[in-house]
Design a protein around this ligand. Structure first.
Ligand SMILES: [Fe+2]
Length: 341
């Protein structure tokens, strides 16, 4: 068992102390669950949806926390560093390079839209930006450079979890979990706070815990479940950010984490995406337990994901599960965590 530790970590030193953020990562797990478990009856919480934007009200929230969620931008930037991998990136590089703006219908593309979106992000408007995966259409050093520049220029802390495309070169052989580890290390690592475990970490922003969990293989690992249980047990109002939504009754296997029908028989994409097929046996017990436990946590105030590219809301066990429309057309989601007075 690792030594209990909560770390103050910074990414390239430009954020952290000014906003009072405290980042915890699964690399250095905390062990305060037994000492400070969440109250059985959590203070009153409610949820409002205005178009695609969300407001979470709770008597456990002391001051407003404003988050901009960006999901599924599917950037297709590339340069000579990706030249050896064009056979593996070419399909996705062409998938979203011409789009229509979500409001005007004008011709556009994800690079221009994300540039405009981030140019409007300032510390006066937002406490954090959370990127919920498929920000890249394939592992791209040029894409990461673009993100670091544009996100860094906002002056707003940003947090990132990977989607199933960020680390995937179509046709490279190997188990998905291994390929995720390899390309996260080789390409995506600079997007994470220094010292953070890409698979699971959290940050406390003005008393609201933002929990970032990589579910981009559709599966949850035991170490991720352990971390999430400990983090929820801390008792803070907690918002879970991932790429792939939790299963909700009536939804497709795109809402795949804990979906009872997820598995080889329902995997319609493995051949075109040239990846490992989903397992015959479906989900692990750990993945089912993850969905059950997070939705049962009284202090979970919402689950915010992407992947399905459409704005949707499901209320499961009384908890709001919101998916973000894909940012390929300029779409974003503003999430405000607000005191309930
Ligand atoms: Fe996507």
């Amino acid at each position: 068992m690792s030594t209990p530790q909560t770390s103050q970590l910074t990414r390239r030193g430009f954020f952290g102390a000014s906003l009072g953020t405290a980042l915890t990562t699964a690399v250095a797990p905390t062990a305060f669950a037994a000492e400070t478990s969440a109250p059985a009856v959590f203070p009153e919480t409610s949820f409002a949806l205005n178009g695609v934007d969300a407001k979470i009200y709770s008597k456990a929230i002391a001051e407003p926390v404003r988050v901009l969620q960006i999901s599924d931008a599917h950037l297709f930037l590339d340069d000579e560093r990706g030249a050896d991998y064009r056979d593996y990136s070419k399909r996705m590089a062409a998938a979203y390079n011409k789009t229509k703006h979500f409001k005007t219908g004008a011709d556009t593309n994800p690079i221009d839209e994300l540039t405009k979106t981030l140019a409007d992000v300032t510390p006066e408007k937002y406490d954090a930006v959370v990127l919920t995966g498929d920000i890249l259409s394939f592992p791209s050093a040029a894409g990461v450079d673009f993100l670091l520049e544009k996100l860094g220029a906002t002056g707003v802390p940003y947090y990132y979890v990977a989607g199933n495309h960020d680390w995937h070169f179509e046709g490279l052989p190997g188990p998905s979990a291994d390929l995720r580890a390899e390309w996260t290390s080789k390409i995506l690592a600079p997007l994470y706070p220094k010292g953070a475990d890409p698979l699971a970490h959290s940050v406390d922003v003005k008393g609201v815990k933002l929990l970032l969990v990589d579910d981009s293989t559709y599966e949850i690992l035991p170490s991720q479940l352990d971390f999430v249980r400990r983090e929820l047990a801390a008792g803070l109002p907690t918002a879970l950010f991932m790429h792939i939504p939790l299963y909700a009754p009536g939804r497709s296997v795109g809402y795949g984490v804990g979906h009872p029908k997820w598995g080889a028989a329902t995997d319609g994409g493995w051949q075109i995406e040239r990846r490992e097929r989903w397992p015959e046996a479906g989900h692990t017990e750990t993945t089912f337990a993850f969905r059950r436990d997070v939705l049962a946590a009284p202090n979970l105030v919402g689950v915010f994901t992407g992947h399905v590219h459409l704005s949707s809301l499901d209320v499961c066990e009384g908890k709001a599960n919101l998916t973000a429309r894909a940012a390929v057309d300029g779409s974003t989601v503003k999430i405000e965590f607000l005191p309930l007075v």
